[in-house]
Write a new protein. Sequence first.
Length: 249
Amino acid sequence: MITLDSILAQAAARVDTFARTAADIPYERKGVLYSEMLFLQAALGDALPPRLVESGRARGQSTHLLAACLPGTQILSVEHDPDSPDVPVAAARLAPFSNVKLLFGDSMVMVPELVQPGDAVLIDGPKGYRALRLAFDVLARCRPRAVFIHDCGLGSEERTFLDRHLPGTLYSDARAYIERYAFLDEPCRAVHPDSARLDHEAGRSYGPTVACLPFDPQRDYASLRRRTRVTALSDRISNGIRRRLGSPG
Ligand SMILES: C[S@@+](CC[C@H](N)C(=O)[O-])C[C@H]1O[C@@H](n2cnc3c(N)ncnc32)[C@H](O)[C@@H]1O
């Protein structure tokens, strides 16, 4: 079972090796933080999954860290936009890794077809309710070990929904975790001072934040998936009304 305590224990055991590996991997914009990747690795623990399916590669920061930190795991990375200038950047940095497969297509369709029982999944695009729909689809149909969703900071659609409907979710912005591992993100702060904030401002997360959704066979993920549609629709309606009431005239 994945808990914050198990993540803290695993992270403590892995941080030195992780820091040595990460030291050779420069930070890329749009990328996950180093502390977030240690969090993912610590959540997976000793029995590493045979495969990790990634949705949303961009310039390949997460893919590069996954490939280097999980050499025994096959990384299947799906990116939607084959014409993005990010494509050659990711291809060049990932070329040395034989455990990475770079795929193109829509994750909403491809990822549930790729994931097998026991795999891990990292979603970093699409975002918002689509990310949640993809996560619940995979959890309902594929029985992965865990699904990780990036950009689940306080105030995000993802976090608001998960806090309300999936209380067992774990987050990389947990104070006990950040107090120990924020130091890993100095290179990110050097590029973007706002990317990982240590000021603990109320209502604001430390950084973009990874959520960990461990697979629970008792959960009705199909019904959570339906609920994301209803919540997305009701958010759209109430935002529309608010805009209309707030608009002049
Ligand atoms: C924030 S970036 C990913 C950053 C990357 N994980 C890293 O750490 O460097 C989001 C990416 O998700 C991709 N994306 C968005 N929706 C997608 C979808 N439905 N299927 C596949 N990729 C998608 C975007 O094209 C974009 O490149």
